[in-house]
Design a binder for this molecule. Structure first.
Ligand SMILES: [Cu+2]
Length: 221
């Protein structure tokens, strides 16, 4: 490790002697993506993924602190995007016990009944959508989207996904929403980030039953 450091330092020193600027790369770009349905309604819980078309100077490390909590007989958040390899914990904050499971192909699992203030965790290694349910409470439904994209952001109630400190360059932008129709995703677009604030808009087609599902999610009793 020390040897490596010495080697790196001498390269940096050498470049400095040559008058090459070795400093922090430019991270000035920010991007806001507005997501709506074809009628213009803003969509919450949509995920925007950015795949850089270049090698990142500072790739974000895979997180080990992602959380899918069980609270008020609901999963929270309802949509959790994570990078491949992320360890997600499933803490229970309810008096009621939960039995968390998924039958989805990227990760089939079952966390047997566990109670208040207990937790379990699972590592998600295969990209794709993992729908999460609870054996005890049928209304409990959530989605973990496991992605290879190193950068992603989820829309809030305002339909906006925000990105800050993006390295300058070109990215492929894709989008997903748990209610998306099979043919409902927009084609991937290549976007350019430079030292400025960019804004993009994208439209997703949702399944018609999605609205009913949402109501069920929000009125669990
Ligand atoms: Cu439950």
């Amino acid at each position: 490790m020390f040897k490596l450091f010495v080697k790196y330092s001498s390269i940096v020193f050498g470049l400095a002697l040559l008058g090459v600027q070795v400093g922090m790369p430019a991270y000035a770009g920010s991007l806001t993506v507005k997501v709506s349905d074809p009628k213009g309604a803003l969509l919450e819980n949509a995920v925007i993924f950015l795949t850089p078309q270049f090698v990142l100077n500072s790739p974000a490390p895979v997180r080990d602190d992602a959380e899918m909590r069980q609270q008020n007989i609901l999963f929270s958040p309802m949509v959790l995007p994570v990078q491949v390899g992320t360890n997600v914990s499933f803490p229970n904050f309810d008096e009621s016990r939960h039995h968390v499971y998924s039958f989805s192909k990227p990760k089939r699992f079952e966390l047997q009944l566990y109670g208040k203030d207990e937790s379990n965790s699972i590592v998600f290694e295969t990209p794709g959508v993992v729908a999460i349910g609870c054996n005890i409470h049928d209304n409990m439904l959530a989605y973990i989207y496991v992605t290879e994209a190193p950068i992603f952001s989820k829309t809030g109630v305002d339909g906006l996904a925000e990105f800050t400190d993006l390295e300058n360059g070109q990215y492929e932008m894709t989008a997903w929403h748990p209610g998306i129709r099979k043919d409902g995703a927009p084609a991937p677009q290549i976007i350019t980030v430079n030292d400025s604030q960019s804004q993009k808009e994208t439209t997703l087609n949702l399944r018609r039953v999605w609205g009913k599902q949402r109501e069920a999610d929000e009125n669990p009793y």
